[in-house]
Design a protein around this ligand. Structure first.
Ligand code: GNR
Ligand code: NI
Length: 169
């Protein structure tokens, strides 16, 4: 297994649109294992392949307290959504910035696992929010793009400062 570097906003590669997975091979299982290890190490509750510069429709999520409920989500589709929620979000690609985003409160997800088997999942609470956050990544969209232009400008400035400081060290 391996830890994968996570792209940070405003890296243009975070804007790429991921392609559906068509081959369910050992390489996919390796990617999933590496993404899970990277998510747990970060630590985060979700990770989209886009964030590790792999532009395929692959997500890992684990919202459990004890890291015991890894969900592998390949080729996700939201087939039903209802309600509305505003929750504070963060993103491994936008470190140290948190803000509230409006999302559907309940989603029904259709997806495949790493073996290619199709399943459906009904989610609410943090899991529903995380699914929507990760699926945005696969479309090249970050949670900060749900915020006002002024906030986006401030985040971009803050991130550029962070990267300048990182480059100095
Ligand atoms: O670790 C993460 N926490 C989080 C909290 C609230 C809403 C969404 C998330 S996802 C984030 C990890 C990440 O950046 N996934 O893309
Ligand atoms: Ni994110």
């Amino acid at each position: 297994m391996a830890l994968l570097p996570i792209l940070e906003y405003p890296d243009p590669r975070l804007k790429r649109i991921a392609s559906p997975v068509t081959v369910f091979d050992a390489g996919l299982k390796q990617l999933v294992a590496n993404m899970a290890e990277t998510m747990y190490a970060a630590p985060g509750i979700g990770l989209a392949a886009t964030q590790v510069d792999v532009h395929k429709r692959v997500i890992v999520i684990d919202v459990s307290q004890d890291k015991s409920e890894l969900k592998v989500i390949v080729n996700p589709e939201i087939v039903a959504a209802s309600g509305e929620t505003m929750a504070e979000e963060g993103c491994l690609s936008v470190p140290e910035y948190y803000d509230s985003v409006r999302r559907a409160a309940n989603v029904t997800l259709k997806a495949q696992d790493a073996a290619g088997d199709t399943y459906t999942l009904e989610a609410d609470g943090l899991l529903a929010v995380c699914i929507q956050h990760e699926m945005d990544h696969l479309q090249g969209k970050l949670f900060v793009e749900h915020l006002s232009q002024l906030k986006q400008m401030r985040v971009k400035t803050k991130m550029k400062k962070r990267h300048r400081e990182m480059d100095r060290n």
